[in-house]
Design a protein around this ligand. Structure first.
Ligand code: 13P
Ligand code: ZN
Length: 268
């Protein structure tokens, strides 16, 4: 019997579709930009008969503790904005095999030639990192937020330290919502093993938002909305920074003391 989504899984698909619309409306999801994975292992009851050969696809490998886990994943080349009207074309529910060599597509993946996102390796390594952090964080969201990317092009904000002080200085909520700041990963080729490795190295330090230099952002959260909010807060700070620059001035920014006071008064 083919796998069917239960009510909870349907809600998760709707949540991903809603966030896809937000990302599109924000202008952070041109063409197929961005991708997402959501750990739904606790919600997917899979029968052995549903793990037959035709649904199996090979994969170069993933951390062994992920074997048997289930993820909703966007497809490579699919558009965030299309998920709402074509969820089964744009998303798939996959279950990683016990042997660490591939996965079964249980649901979705109906677009001809469908393959999960080209960033699947990064997603799976990040999902492993989240599992090790206790498993409450279930989603990895990748998007292309304009102003945050722009700041990684400017010499004055192209270091993690300078970038975080600049962002925190623009509005108290930047420090409130993202107290650890963003982790900055130097430019690496899209979809590469080097990018996956560098990303997980940063995430393992406890960051919830990672910026890929001159490419985009990743955020983790309990659900897609939570991950979206973190990028939104930091991109608002980046926008304010650039608005001041457009006005021909350097932003005054909150002082270090004011930012530290926020951190002390409202610890995470
Ligand atoms: P995919 O379409 O393969 O998910 O790639 C989009 C992207 O943003 C790559 O970084
Ligand atoms: Zn990207």
């Amino acid at each position: 019997m083919p796998f069917k989504l239960n009510g909870e899984l349907k809600k998760r698909v709707e949540g991903v579709a809603f966030t896809g619309q937000l990302l599109w409306q924000k202008g952070w999801a041109e063409k197929n930009a961005g991708n997402l994975s959501l750990d739904v292992t606790d919600l997917a009851r899979v029968k052995p008969s549903q793990l037959k050969a035709p649904t199996f696809r090979g994969h170069p490998g993933y951390p062994t503790p992920l074997a048997g886990r289930c993820f909703l994943v966007t497809g490579t080349g699919t558009r965030y904005r299309d998920i709402e009207k074509e969820p089964e074309q744009c998303l798939c529910l996959l279950r990683l095999s016990e042997k660490g060599i591939g996965y079964h597509v249980l649901w979705g993946g109906r677009k001809p030639g469908f393959k999960p996102t080209s960033e699947l390796s990064s997603h799976l390594r990040m999902q492993h990192s989240l599992l090790q952090r206790g498993g409450k964080l279930k989603v990895v969201l990748h998007t292309h937020p304009n102003e945050l990317i722009a700041l990684t092009h400017l010499a004055e904000t192209n270091s993690q330290e300078a970038l975080n002080w600049a962002l925190w200085g623009m509005i108290p909520e930047a420090k409130l919502f993202v107290p650890k700041g963003v982790g900055l990963v130097p430019y690496r080729l899209t979809g590469s093993e080097a990018l996956a490795q560098a990303t997980v190295g940063v995430l393992d330090q406890g960051y919830k938002v990672v910026l890929w230099e001159k490419h985009g952002a990743l955020a983790v959260g309990a659900d897609p909305g939570e991950a979206f909010d973190l990028v939104d807060a930091m991109n608002k700070a980046a926008t304010l920074y650039l608005l001041c620059k457009h006005a021909g001035q350097n932003p005054q920014g909150l002082t270090r003391e004011q930012i530290e006071e926020i951190g002390r008064t409202y610890p995470e």
